[in-house]
Write a protein that binds this ligand. Structure first.
Ligand SMILES: [Zn+2]
Length: 325
């Protein structure tokens, strides 16, 4: 089962969380693989999406906010857009739009930052918006302060956290075809339980950036974690190996899950919106109506009998929608 663990370093202004997406991640990959129109994502794209999913869960679990956290990369390479969306309850989904070829060893700049014009946006979309309320959005480039292309998503997000929240952050991310995982260590202005209340931007905090010895020591320990270890070891072993000399206070783990809002009922409703003539002409041409979810790739197929049912039972159905997801 996928798991998220939060922890504090007792008496120190440092907190952390670690996520391992297993079933939630393989379900995402399986849906895409099963889609006969798209097939699986190229492995470097899947790896990027896995890292985005893990990072999205870490960021969502680190803020006091009821709504969706959406991590988006707008790329200038073969990946035009990559999205990870994580709800407050840690249900998540990811998608990407890929145009053109992706090299087998493509790295972040090859995927989304060829001309150094790629951007990463973090959006907080509240669940219950008051009228006219806009979601909060922060945008950072995919390069560092000296225009150097950043090689890893973790570098981009560490940069974002420092800029937007003025907090030192250490992020380790990794994904393969079975697991998407991440470890986040963050310095906070307060020690102890107050850490969980979120960040406090202040002058005193700014002065501490890069200077807190406890954070720096724990960050160095965290950075010694290899990609392989993060993917293969269980959470207890990772925390024990990295922080055996520290006093780590653990919290009740949570279980992130995959969830997409698409459903057969929504697709039925969309087909009803097309009208019976359009539906029959598609059936005549192709023998079935095949609608794939743009987000998760799930395919919904309707043969002539299914389609007839949609139109004969129209009176019992809610109004039609044009959205699959
Ligand atoms: Zn879907």
């Amino acid at each position: 089962m996928s798991e998220l663990h939060k922890f504090l370093f007792d008496g120190l202004p440092v907190r952390g969380c670690i996520v391992k997406l297993t079933h939630a991640w393989t379900e995402i990959l399986a849906r895409r693989l099963a889609n006969t129109q798209t097939g699986a994502w190229p492995p470097p794209v899947a790896e990027l999406l896995g890292e985005m999913a893990a990072a999205g869960v870490l960021m969502q679990s680190n803020i006091k906010f009821n709504g969706a956290l959406v991590l988006q990369i707008f790329g200038d390479g073969p990946v035009k857009v990559a999205v990870a969306e994580v709800q407050h309850d840690l249900s998540l989904r990811v998608t990407a739009k890929v145009v053109g070829d992706v090299g087998v060893n493509a790295r972040l700049p090859d995927l989304v930052n060829v001309a150094n014009k790629g951007r990463c946006a973090i959006t907080l979309d509240p669940k219950d918006k008051f009228p006219g309320q806009q979601p909060y959005q922060g945008v950072v480039p995919l390069h560092g302060d000296h225009n150097e292309k950043l090689d890893k998503l973790s570098d981009v997000l560490e940069h974002y956290m420092l800029q937007s929240e003025q907090l030192d952050t250490t992020l380790i991310l990794a994904a393969d075809s079975k697991v998407a995982a991440g470890l986040l260590i963050q310095r906070l202005p307060m020690a102890g339980e107050g850490n969980l209340a979120g960040s406090l931007v202040s002058r005193e905090n700014e002065d501490e950036i890069g200077r807190n010895e406890d954070y720096n020591r724990i960050s160095i320990l965290a950075r010694s974690l290899t990609r392989q270890e993060l993917l293969e070891l269980d959470v207890d072993t990772i925390l024990q190996r990295l922080f055996w000399e520290e006093r780590v206070l653990r919290f009740e783990p949570k279980a992130p899950v995959f969830a997409c809002t698409c459903s057969r009922a929504r697709v039925s409703s969309m087909i009803r919106g097309l009208g019976i003539e359009e539906a029959e002409s598609i059936l005549a041409e192709r023998g079935e109506i095949d609608v794939g979810c743009d987000f998760c790739g799930q395919q919904y197929r309707f043969d002539a009998v299914d389609a007839a049912q949609i139109f004969t039972s129209a009176g019992d159905q809610p109004p039609s929608t044009s959205k699959v997801q």
